[in-house]
Write a protein that binds this ligand. Structure first.
Ligand code: ADP
Ligand code: MG
Length: 337
């Protein structure tokens, strides 16, 4: 079940246009390929690293894809105890710490529910109330035992790093770019964007934020420097029954799709794993808790967000408020947080 590849292609085209015009005179190295169940597009200036970036992303995909029988995550879920390589180890450590900090709204043990709803196969099904209760009882990241190089989970618990894999890959790509001769890069990892370096004309990068009601378009633009931008939205993967939409982001407390009036959450951070976990968690917790969360920690970590609600309100944190521009034709009410 592929995402709307057409939408992603449009997003990629726009970003490439943005950087091409900005870095005119310098020929970039480009690559487009499918990985992590989405389309990825890399544009690198001043260094030949795109094949190294692509191999890193493909390596992470094969380690982390919970549906791939050869992946380390599949092995953990099947055998309940497994040795893991350094990348999986580092990501599970970071992800578990984030589960704790995000009050379980982000929970890597949501996988049995993801399976039951059919989001991995496209054979969608709405579990009944009793089944949902049982599924919700199974979700609890604190049951994952992680010690260096090793993970153990009890019977019934399964893990899924799908909500943070692209953010972690973005983070690893920035590390590779820092060790290379590249001077600037725009990486679009299926909606998670990594920006590296500085454009020759010293102006900031400009990134379009997808319109959840028309993901091939943008409701606004953000000027930014180096960092990682992750967006979670109900438009990424969903199904509809009797006029109701069921999305792939689940509330770990109920095992049901998040449904709280938020249409999309974009998080900007220099830590890709955190940006990705936060965009998922803020989407699940809803506006009021997301605002509380911002005031009680998020802000001091230097992270920013853009939250779009179904009433057309756009909440933009003060750290990026002046860098955000609403696109022509959108009349959202922009509220500074
Ligand atoms: P996308 O991968 O489309 O960018 P997300 O980063 O929000 O979107 O991740 C969603 C994926 O993460 C789902 O497909 C599912 O596998 C998993 N997931 C869903 N809900 C949660 C949650 N509350 N916490 C952790 N992982 C989740
Ligand atoms: Mg995420």
């Amino acid at each position: 079940m592929k995402k709307t590849v057409k939408g992603v292609i449009c997003a990629v085209m726009l970003l490439i246009t943005v950087i091409l015009s900005a870095c005119s005179g310098m020929k970039p190295e480009t690559a487009s390929f499918e990985a992590m169940d989405t389309l990825m597009s890399l544009t690198v200036y001043g260094g030949e690293v795109s094949s190294q970036l692509k191999s890193e992303i493909n390596k992470l995909d094969s380690l982390l894809d919970a549906t791939d029988e050869d992946s380390e995550i599949y092995r953990i879920n099947r055998d309940k105890s497994a040795e893991i390589s350094s990348d999986t180890d580092r990501l599970i450590g970071k992800a578990l710490a984030l589960c704790g900090r995000l009050d379980g709204y982000f929970d890597i043990t949501v996988y049995p529910a993801v399976l039951e709803w059919g989001f991995t196969t496209g054979k969608y099904d709405i579990p009944d109330k009793a089944a949902l209760k049982k599924l919700a009882e199974k979700i609890d990241y604190s049951r994952v035992e992680h010690s260096e190089g090793h993970v153990t989970v009890p019977d019934g618990t399964m893990i899924d790093l799908g909500a943070v894999a692209k953010g972690y890959a973005a983070e690893r790509c920035l590390e590779i770019l820092r060790d290379s001769k590249a001077t600037a890069a725009v990486l679009n990892l299926g909606g998670t964007i990594a920006l590296y370096g500085e454009k020759p004309d010293k102006t900031p990068f400009k990134v379009g934020i997808a319109d959840p009601e028309n993901p091939a378009g943008y409701f606004g633009y953000l000027s930014c420097g180096e960092g990682i931008i992750s967006t979670s939205g109900g438009y990424e993967r969903y199904f509809e029954r009797d006029g109701k939409r069921y999305i792939h982001i689940l509330d770990p407390k109920t095992a049901e799709p998040a449904d709280n009036g938020i249409l999309s959450v974009t998080v900007i951070s220099d830590d890709g794993t955190a940006a990705d976990a936060l965009s998922t968690a803020l989407f699940v917790m809803g506006l009021d808790k997301a605002l509380d969360h911002y005031k009680n920690g998020f802000k001091s970590d230097g992270r920013d967000f853009i939250i779009l609600t179904d009433s057309g309100e756009l909440y933009v944190t003060e750290g990026i408020y002046d860098d955000f521009t609403l696109a022509e034709g959108y009349d959202y009410k922009v509220i500074k947080v």
